[in-house]
Design a protein around this ligand. Structure first.
Ligand SMILES: O=c1ccn([C@@H]2O[C@H](COP(=O)(O)O)[C@@H](O)[C@H]2O)c(=O)[nH]1
Length: 236
């Protein structure tokens, strides 16, 4: 989907990083019409949250399944084949060539979009070096984006800081999905490469992933609406 085709409301993806399907459903009910797109990640998926993917899809919500798969190519291919039946819109895999190739094969002609996680937004250059990489964050993100594009991956997870340089590499053929979003004044937590919602959209991000600033807020709907207002202003 090109940026012009994405409904402004769908650009905010709320991460349902909550301890149980019941807690997640309560949050979805509380957010009501203010949120159309949800992310299901480790915490919820491993607490029995996978059936919620289909339930949310039946309610007309879109679901980003953030499982960050990484295994030998054949296992990734078979896993993704199974996941195509869950009803999710996006699925993440780590941006390693065998993994991305397996995921694209497993997706086949299904509507599920594969997103490759370039470099986690909680990493900076020092963290990468400590993990044994010699490249900087921006060099590794760009190298992985090029490989993802060649392998037919549909989109990239990156920080808003890399959106500008990635657009020059992948154009608008791939969706750029950015966690590391913090409204002004919100606690950073473990995120290191961050930006406000308005600045991330102005930089060219297609989708913003926001977890704790929404789901831990006293009034989650008010925070979601404020993010939508920033998005609308940035889109002009
Ligand atoms: O590089 C990445 C990839 C995924 N995430 C996920 O996004 C949310 C962010 O939550 P916040 O509470 O807004 O920090 C979380 O589920 C991560 O697993 C990411 O942060 N960075």
């Amino acid at each position: 989907m090109t940026p012009a085709e994405i409904a402004p409301k769908d650009r905010l993806i709320v991460a349902l990083d909550l301890p149980s399907p019941e807690a997640a459903e309560a949050m979805v009910n509380r957010l009501g019409d203010s949120v159309t797109f949800y992310k299901v990640g480790y915490r919820l998926a491993y607490a029995g949250g996978l059936p919620l993917v289909g339930k949310l899809a039946d309610k007309g919500k879109k679901v980003f399944l953030d499982l960050k798969l990484h295994d030998i190519g054949n296992t990734v291919m078979q896993g993704v084949e199974s996941i195509t039946r869950l009803g999710a819109t996006f699925l993440t895999v780590h941006a390693y060539p065998q993994t991305m190739k397996g995921a694209v094969e497993g997706r086949g002609s299904a509507s599920l979009k594969i997103l490759a996680v370039t470099v986690l937004t909680s990493y900076n250059d020092d963290d990468l070096h400590a993990a044994g990489y010699r490249l900087s964050v921006s060099e590794l993100v760009e190298a992985r984006a090029q490989q993802a594009q060649v392998l037919g991956v549909d989109g990239l997870v990156c920080s808003p800081e890399e959106v500008g340089s990635l657009r020059k590499i992948v154009g608008h053929q791939m969706n750029l999905v950015t966690p590391g979003i913090r409204p002004a004044g919100a606690a950073t937590g473990d995120q290191k490469r961050i930006m406000t919602p308005g600045r991330a959209i102005a930089a060219g991000a297609d989708y913003l992933v926001v977890g704790r600033p929404v789901v831990e807020a006293a009034d989650p709907s008010a925070v979601a609406e404020a993010i939508h207002a920033e998005i609308a202003q940035a889109l002009g």
